[in-house]
Each structure stands twice: as structure tokens, then as C-alpha cells.
Design a protein around this ligand. Structure first.
Ligand code: GAL
Length: 301
């Protein structure tokens, strides 16, 4: 097998396009394949303490002039005495009738998880796990190909998912999950593990076993003390000095980049240093083993 060849032939059926972590707002991105019923957009973020408003627009294109139609404009407003959400549609440069929802479940200074679920006739929105609103389409969903996020919001992650839960039932992604590395690993190779942390998680462990069934390296996230650490073959623990980035019911992406004599780690797109392995340790590895309180969406290497 040559470097770069994929061992895992399964398409990434749940994640439709790679999640984006910490994008700078205003953030505009293409929705691969356009929006259609059965898709879901997951937005994780924080409302700044001084937020006035932000908006999430599902747009028909991204031209600046003329302004694109906005099939769905989701616009939380915090600066009024009664914070609320407005949804609306912009067509031909004109806003249509506003729909308004009081009792905004988002708060200044608080983090949130918003799910936009696209059905055949309407979009449903849940905030922090609770249904919040539904909005009937006024323009065909098939025209939407762009997501725009603007205003007073700190975005930690945006995910593009398939709603269909049976796609999650792939036995190859059941946890604990093992993948053979028949030829070991080599410098330049990348392992990507994406998933969702379960509610009330305990730990998450990623082990690399060698041909003698030793585990020269383990990456362990422990939710009890909120630490991430490399654990050596002899059980020695080396804490990774970084904020703990795993949260219940939130996405994560672990990326391991193999390099001469070790592995570099990035979590949710942030580099978190490296761990060294003995000489030839990479090529002797034979198995990747993932366990813990997570649901896996993809394992690529
Ligand atoms: C307008 C506002 C727009 C948009 C629209 C929605 O008053 O300027 O940004 O939020 O309402 O109806």
C-alpha cells in the first residue's frame, strides 16, 4: 500500500462535509450539494455579553451585488427589553412578513448548541436540545447553497449532517472500534477520528497497538478531571497543557499526524503539540483502537 491510500472505503454518510471549527465571523460557506430535506446544520457557539443581534442565513448564492435571496433568515435579537428571534425571507431585495418568537432560549454570555433540521416543507430549530421553532419554506429549499453567519456571535463549530439516524448504525463505527493497520504507519500519514461525545461521558481513549500487542501510545480524555493526556506503554501519564475541548453532545475531531519519531496532535483544528515514540515505532503499529463515551462518525487514515 502506498502512503496516502485509504484503508477505509466507507463513505462518511453522517457527516456531509467536514465540520468547521472557530470560523471568523462574518463567515460564509458553500453547503456542499446544496440544502435539501434530510440535512441538518449544527451550530455551536457563545453569545457575547454585549451582543445586540446575530443572524444565520441560508442563502441562494453568495454574490454581494445584487444581494442574494435568503430563503431562511434566523435572527436572534438581544438588545430589546424582550429578547426574541425573527425569521424571515428576503426575495428580490425585499423582506417578507416577519415571523417572531419570544422567550429566546439563547442568553448573552452563554454557550449554545443550535440544530437546524430541514424537512420537506419546513425547517425546525432546536436550541440546547429543546424544540424552539419551525419555519415554513417560502422559497424552494433546493435554491439554498450557502450558509452565512453574521453579527454578534462567537462560533465554535459548524457541522453539516444527515438527519437519517439509521446511517449511524454502521457496525464498523460501533464503539469500541478497532481498525487494522496492516503496514503500520509512516511519516506524513494522517489519522482523523470524528464523533460526538455522549451525554454524561466518562472517558475517551485512542490506543495504537503494535505487533507484539504492546500499546506504545494512548491518548486519553478523562471527563472526571477534564484532562487530556498521552499515556505511555508503561502507564506514565503526560498531561497535554491545553483547554479541555470535549463536551457532552458536542462534536470533536482528533487529528494525528505521523512524523519521524512521533505523532502530532490537533483537536478541533487546534494544534496541541506532539508525543515522541521510539525508533521504528510507527511502522510496527498494527491496530488503532477507539473506545469510550462517544459516538463515532468517521475514522479515516
Ligand atoms: C430588518 C433588518 C434586517 C433583517 C430583517 C428581517 O429590520 O434590518 O437585518 O433582520 O429585519 O425581517
Amino acid at each position: 500500500m502506498s502512503p496516502g491510500e485509504k484503508l477505509d472505503p466507507l463513505p462518511d454518510t453522517f457527516i456531509l462535509q467536514p465540520p468547521v471549527f472557530h470560523p471568523v465571523v462574518p463567515y460564509v460557506t458553500t453547503i456542499f450539494g446544496g440544502l435539501r430535506a434530510g440535512k441538518m446544520v449544527q451550530l455551536q457557539g457563545v453569545v457575547p455579553l454585549d451582543a445586540r443581534r446575530f443572524q444565520v442565513d441560508f442563502q441562494c448564492g453568495c454574490s454581494l451585488h445584487p444581494r442574494p435571496d435568503i430563503a431562511i433568515h434566523f435572527n436572534p435579537r438581544f438588545h430589546t427589553t424582550k429578547p426574541h428571534v425573527i425569521c424571515n425571507t428576503l426575495q428580490g431585495g425585499h423582506w417578507q412578513a416577519e415571523a417572531r418568537w419570544p422567550h429566546l432560549a439563547l442568553q448573552r454570555g452563554a454557550s449554545f448548541l443550535i440544530l437546524f433540521l430541514f424537512g420537506n416543507e419546513e425547517m425546525k430549530v432546536s436550541v440546547n436540545g429543546l424544540h424552539f421553532l419551525h419555519y415554513r419554506y417560502r422559497l424552494p429549499l433546493s435554491r439554498v447553497d450557502t450558509l452565512g453567519i453574521y453579527g454578534d456571535i462567537l462560533v465554535t463549530a459548524v457541522g453539516f449532517l444527515n438527519i437519517n439516524p439509521f446511517l449511524l448504525k454502521s457496525p464498523r463505527l460501533e464503539v469500541p472500534c478497532s481498525r487494522a493497520l496492516p503496514r503500520g504507519l509512516w511519516p506524513g500519514q494522517v489519522i482523523i477520528v470524528r464523533g460526538l461525545v455522549l451525554p454524561e461521558p466518562k472517558d475517551f481513549t485512542l490506543r495504537l497497538r503494535d505487533e507484539a500487542a504492546h500499546v506504545p501510545v494512548t491518548l486519553r480524555a478523562s471527563f472526571a478531571d477534564r484532562t487530556l493526556a498521552w499515556v505511555s506503554r508503561w502507564g506514565g501519564k503526560k498531561l497535554i497543557p491545553a483547554p479541555f475541548l470535549f463536551y457532552p453532545q458536542r462534536f470533536f475531531e482528533v487529528l494525528l499526524l505521523c512524523q519521524e519519531g512521533g505523532l502530532k496532535l490537533a483537536l478541533n483544528g487546534q494544534g496541541l503539540g506532539a508525543t515522541s515514540l521510539g525508533p521504528q515505532a510507527l511502522e510496527r503499529l498494527r491496530e488503532l483502537h477507539i473506545s469510550g463515551s462517544i459516538q463515532l462518525y468517521c475514522v479515516h487514515y
